[in-house]
Structures are given as structure tokens and as C-alpha cells.
Write a protein that binds this ligand. Structure first.
Ligand code: AMP
Ligand code: MN
Ligand code: MN
Length: 318
């Protein structure tokens, strides 16, 4: 049983590192901090390494303990959370050198790159996988731990809206409300509050939004110049891809963002409504994700990237 193997490895390890994917979202941040708190209860002081920590999550417990890098050469155990593939794992050099590795994730496209892989693609958030796991380990999900877990659930489900939400999601939330977790405060902080820069980027993406294929696809973009103009910080592009998807008649929303380190490459984000499996589309470009939310990195100019994506989408649109 994998859960028994996981707890055995945790118990054996002294030096533990916790890692997650690049451009971390609420589920990435929530699950790493929740894991740190859980390990604390087991008497382990683990390092969380996150190079670019989005400001919106600064209110979470253990935030000040997060490191950008470590001086430890070789960890006994590395735990990867919410990250489908090794190349997107920030700090994968620590993962590579660790004596033992565990991958815990909810992406259907997970490449099972750990010694132990605990992957449940049905779960709406990596944080929700942790609930069952921690209960099995007899770890108490208190107010602090619950706040981290709920942050991941709220962000990855768009505020309990997406179809992957289960009865357990609501049961757990009700339980936390009873324990005094301020659910509406978390919701407001992580979903309803926009930075000024995010708002300015939204203005630009809306202005540029194109409707393609009879309005079934929306396409828009952001360049490095935009990010500079609005003085964008870490995470300020979040949520922009969702806008197209929420428009009547749209099946797929495509949002591309120029890479800061390579002006001839774009980070692609896709969202779909009913039937297009955007994870499959992104896999064609070496990316991945979930059926209704996925991403990839594509080389070329804005026009070239757009054409590459449209060629694939045209084949599967009904
Ligand atoms: P995003 O559009 O960046 O919010 O990502 C949506 C989903 O796709 C997330 O679950 C990501 O983990 C996944 N994803 C995004 N970019 C990539 C990529 N380059 N390779 C693999 N998966 C990705
Ligand atoms: Mn994530
Ligand atoms: Mn996730």
C-alpha cells in the first residue's frame, strides 16, 4: 500500500525537502505549506523551496519559512506536490540528488517520476489528496493546516465551481468552518482580490481578444512589454485565461504569455468548457495538465504560436 510506504519513508528521513511546480498557484503553495505543517506534527523540520512566491499567498502560515534555495547537497527525501513533470519542478536538482523521492499529484498527465507516486487524477486539487492522506497518518487538520489546504481547493476549483468538486470537498470545508477557519476571508484574498497590475493586464487582454471558429475559441496574449508597462509582479497574469472561457458559446479559451527569458517563446494556457480535452492538445506541444485546464510552452512569434494551436484545435472542434 503506497500510503504506508509514504509514511515509512517520512519516518525514516531526517532531511526532507518539499517542492512544487514553476509559476506556483494556490494549490502548489497550499499543498507545500500544508505538507510542511503536517511533517512538523510528525517531528520533522522540512525545507520548502519556492523561488517565486506570489504575494497573494503571503498570509499563509509558514510563509516566512519558505526558502529560495538550500545549502543542503543531498536530502534523504524529496516530496513533489501538484507537479506533473520533472522539468517543471522548481528545485528538481534537489529531487534528483535525494535518496528517496515521492510524487503526490492530481494531474492525469503525471509522468510518475518519483520512487513512490501517489497520483489521483479524479481529485479536484492536490490539497484534497492531502486531506485523506493526513487523516490516514493521524495528523490533525487544525486551523492552520486547514487554511493551507482550503487555499489549494478554492483556487483549483475556481471557488467550488468546477465539475471535479466532490461531496468530500464540501464536507471538509464545513468541518473547517466549524474549527474556525475563515473561509470567506480566504476566498476573498485568493479569488476576489485583483492587484492593480493584474487589472491593467486584464484590460489589455480584453482589448485584444479575438473570437475564432464561429466564436468557439477566444485568443488573446500578453508580452514582456505589457508586463513591464504595468509593473507586473509574480502571479499578476493569473486568471486572465478564464475570461474567454466564461463567454457564451466559447468552448476553448487560449491565452499566451511571452517568456521573460526568451522573447520567441510563449507560455500557453488553455481552458475548455464541455468537450475539448485541452490536456491532450497541450501534450502535442510537450505540455499537459487537466482535461479542462492545461498549458504548454511553444516557440515562435505570437502569430506562429496562434496558428500552431489553431491547427490542432480545428481538428477537434465540433
Ligand atoms: P495554467 O494555464 O498555467 O494555469 O496551467 C493549467 C494546468 O496545466 C495546470 O494544471 C498546470 O500544471 C498545467 N500546465 C501548465 N503549463 C504546463 C506545461 N508547460 N507543461 C505541463 N503542464 C502544464
Ligand atoms: Mn498547480
Ligand atoms: Mn493543482
Amino acid at each position: 500500500m503506497t500510503l504506508d510506504n509514504i509514511i515509512e519513508e517520512i519516518r525514516k528521513a531526517e532531511k526532507i525537502v518539499i517542492l512544487t511546480h514553476e509559476t506556483p498557484d494556490g494549490d502548489a503553495i497550499g499543498s507545500t505549506l500544508a505538507m510542511k505543517l503536517a511533517l512538523k506534527q510528525l517531528g520533522k523540520n522540512a525545507d520548502v523551496i519556492i523561488k517565486e512566491f506570489p504575494k497573494v499567498f503571503d498570509f499563509l502560515p509558514e510563509r516566512e519559512e519558505v526558502k529560495q534555495q538550500s545549502d543542503i547537497e543531498k536530502y534523504d527525501l524529496a516530496i513533489s506536490l501538484d507537479c506533473a513533470d520533472f522539468k517543471r519542478l522548481v528545485g528538481n536538482e534537489y529531487f534528483e540528488k535525494a535518496k528517496q523521492t515521492i510524487v503526490i499529484d492530481h494531474h492525469g498527465s503525471n509522468q510518475m517520476y518519483g520512487d513512490i507516486n501517489f497520483v489521483n487524477p479524479v481529485s479536484p486539487a492536490c490539497c484534497q489528496i492531502l486531506i485523506g492522506m493526513f487523516q490516514y497518518f493521524n495528523i490533525e487538520i487544525d486551523k492552520e493546516l486547514g487554511t493551507c489546504i482550503l487555499t489549494g481547493i478554492i483556487t483549483d476549483t475556481g471557488g467550488f465551481r468546477y465539475s471535479k468538486v466532490t461531496a468530500e470537498t464540501f464536507e471538509f470545508t464545513a468541518d473547517l468552518l466549524q474549527k474556525g477557519v475563515n473561509v470567506s476571508d480566504i476566498y476573498k484574498r485568493v479569488l476576489d482580490t485583483k492587484t492593480k497590475a493584474n487589472f491593467e493586464l486584464m484590460r489589455r487582454t480584453l482589448d485584444r481578444m479575438e473570437f475564432l471558429e464561429d466564436g468557439k475559441i477566444t485568443f488573446t496574449y500578453i508580452t514582456n512589454k505589457d508586463l513591464e508597462d504595468v509593473n507586473a509582479g509574480i502571479g499578476d497574469h493569473e486568471g486572465l485565461v478564464e475570461i474567454g472561457r466564461d463567454i457564451e458559446g466559447v468552448e476553448v479559451s487560449v491565452f499566451i504569455r511571452q517568456r521573460e527569458d526568451n522573447e520567441n517563446a510563449y507560455k500557453v494556457s488553455m481552458r475548455s468548457n464541455d468537450y475539448v480535452n485541452v490536456s491532450d492538445v497541450c501534450l502535442m506541444f510537450g505540455g499537459g495538465g487537466h482535461e479542462r485546464a492545461a498549458g504548454a510552452l511553444i516557440q515562435g512569434s505570437i502569430e506562429q504560436v496562434k496558428q500552431k494551436i489553431m491547427n490542432e484545435l480545428k481538428k477537434i472542434l465540433k
